[in-house]
Design a protein. Sequence first.
Length: 108
Amino acid sequence: MSAIILDGSMVHYEALGRGRPIVFLHGWVGSWRYWINAMQIASTSFRAYAIDLFGFGDTSHDPLRYSLERQADLINRFLEEMGISRSLVGLTSAHWLGFRSSNNGRKV
């Protein structure tokens, strides 16, 4: 289990492989585990990351951080801290979060 502290909260993520980064975002009521198979395949050519959003999986459970805006902020902070400038893949609501992150000056 890997974790990073962002704004005083623990954010869980997993990473596999080497190369250019690709970040997988789970949908609502999900976790990074949705992406295990995709991460294993992607990790042959990429550094594959999958994170648990606030309130999901092993990331901090704080109802004040559950809004889509706060989740998008989490993604932006994670990308900044990990030195990742683009490459997001998402399911359902995660598409909106990825779009919201990209509107913060990021290329997706």
